[in-house]
Design a protein around this ligand. Structure first.
Ligand code: 5GP
Ligand code: ZN
Length: 99
């Protein structure tokens, strides 16, 4: 498997991991576009949000729950969540990730 984010899950590639569970790993984006820019990914590989939704509602929900927990832990009063799905929408890493 040559997937970059799978390698972050397996710790083959370093990342600033901020939270993890059996279902998800959250880490700082290497090129942040906001003061807080965390990527939350499923530990199981799937290409994008469409694949994720078809694979598991539980894992899809876990990503949003992780985002809310991280925001709450940091005292953020609001946050935005984004899935880019497909190269035409700007997706550049093809392992589903919630910004
Ligand atoms: P996309 O454009 O696919 O929605 O988002 C991919 C995101 O992954 C980008 O915001 C990019 O900065 C981030 N990214 C790409 N490579 C790495 C990496 O090796 N480490 C980390 N932490 N983030 C990465
Ligand atoms: Zn992957």
């Amino acid at each position: 498997m040559s997937c970059l984010f799978c390698k972050i899950v397996s710790l083959e590639i370093p990342a600033e991991i901020v939270a993890e569970s059996e279902l998800s790993v959250a880490f700082n984006d290497i090129s942040p576009q906001a003061p807080t820019h965390v990527l939350i990914i499923p530990t199981i590989h799937t290409e994008n949000a469409a694949g994720l939704a078809k694979m598991s509602a539980t894992i899809t929900a876990a990503l949003f729950t992780a985002a809310d927990q991280i925001a709450s832990d940091r005292g953020l009063t609001g946050y935005r969540t984004v899935f880019n799905t497909g190269a035409d929408a700007g997706q550049s890493v093809f392992h589903a990730h919630l910004h």
